[in-house]
Design a protein around this ligand. Structure first.
Ligand SMILES: C[S@@+](CC[C@H](N)C(=O)[O-])C[C@H]1O[C@@H](n2cnc3c(N)ncnc32)[C@H](O)[C@@H]1O
Length: 246
């Protein structure tokens, strides 16, 4: 698979970490992860008939601590994905990092190895509790409840903001004004030259999920003050890295 811009390739020797070794993208066991994730998504959409987004995710995490298997070592796909995301980030000092929609904080913990401080925000208070419990040994990591639409950066400007597999839950399909408002809020929470990394599921352009992901990433690309640095397609996700103007 190739990058859609040459920028990442040109700076490949200055990335935060090397990409994980080339292997088949998932193991037989990872099929269990896909079934688990599909069940979690089905539970959220069932509950969404009666509950709002926050309540639906809260009910999900109350029923099961790690409904997407993000911290479950039996599954390799998710760990490889997080390692790949790190490999798309340039090697530079990261003082403050924010992960929006952090779930149980698995990627926040990976980021904490490369930053002075990492904050994870999730709409589900129970996810925040699980993330906190799993992160006791990470002194530079904290979690709090919050909504990607309204999160308060507490006066903090971030060197990096990560939004992975969140926006297609948080914003109804086709609501570009809501996405644009989130993109502006994210851009305003970055230091000049700060980065935003988006990752969302992508099935090589086929189906509504891929089109939804492209629409999300396009809105960020069209946001004033954000410039795209690189874009990568992998099995089964698309990442876009953007930088706030200096
Ligand atoms: C599939 S999980 C992804 C978790 C994490 N980003 C990862 O990649 O492992 C989606 C997460 O988005 C959170 N979420 C959904 N809507 C949200 C919103 N409006 N604001 C913040 N978080 C939200 C859910 O609670 C859930 O933890």
């Amino acid at each position: 698979m190739t990058d859609t811009t040459g920028l990442a390739a040109r700076s490949a020797n200055a990335m935060l970490r090397a990409p994980p070794p080339r292997q088949f993208f998932m193991t037989f066991r990872d099929i269990g992860l896909w079934i688990k994730s599909a069940r979690a998504d089905a539970a959220v959409s069932r509950r969404s008939a009666e509950l709002d987004n926050a309540q639906a995710f809260e009910a999900l995490y109350r029923a099961e601590a790690d409904p997407y298997g993000a911290a479950d070592p039996r599954y390799r796909y998710q760990a490889r994905k997080y390692a790949m995301l790190l490999s798309f980030l340039p090697a530079r000092p990261y003082r403050h990092v924010l992960e929006l929609g952090c779930g149980v904080g698995t990627f926040s913990r990976a980021l904490a190895l490369h930053a002075e401080s990492v904050t994870g925000i999730d709409i589900a208070a129970s996810a925040v509790q699980h993330a906190t419990a799993l992160s006791k040994s990470h002194l530079n990591l904290s979690f709090r409840p919050g909504d990607v639409h309204t999160f308060d950066s507490d006066g903090q400007q971030y060197d990096l903001i990560v939004v992975a597999d969140v926006l297609y839950y948080a914003v109804p399909s086709g609501d570009e004004p809501a996405l644009a408002a989130i993109a502006r809020r994210v851009a305003a929470s970055l230091v000049p030259g700060g980065l935003v990394l988006l990752a969302d599921h992508y099935f090589f352009g086929f189906g509504a999920a891929s089109r939804g992901t492209c629409a999300i990433h396009d809105v960020f690309r069209q946001t004033a003050g954000l410039q795209m640095q690189s874009q990568h397609r992998r099995c089964f996700y698309l990442t876009t890295l953007l930088q706030r103007s200096k």
